[in-house]
Design a protein around this ligand. Sequence first.
Ligand SMILES: [Zn+2]
Length: 99
Amino acid sequence: MGSTVYRTFKHTGKIVEDTVGAKCAEIEKIEAEIGEWEERLELIHTNAKKALGSVKAIAKPKVVAFCDCGAEIYEGAKFCGECFKKIEQEASPDSPVSQ
Ligand SMILES: [Zn+2]
């Protein structure tokens, strides 16, 4: 908006208050809209978090091995979640895993 005012000023030598007023009204309207959208976005985020929470509750990570300490080692884990021992997971995806 500033550049528009400046351009008008540069060409006409004056600041057109009508234009500025109209632009301000436009911006005010847009700001109100942004406020509305932010509220909607927040609602979406809240719903997404709820959805994610229920998904996580259902889809538990796959246990692929057990640590020496007896803790479950999940797929893709690099360290034991209990004793933080480094896990050497086999690179081959078709390695035998007893379920
Ligand atoms: Zn462990």
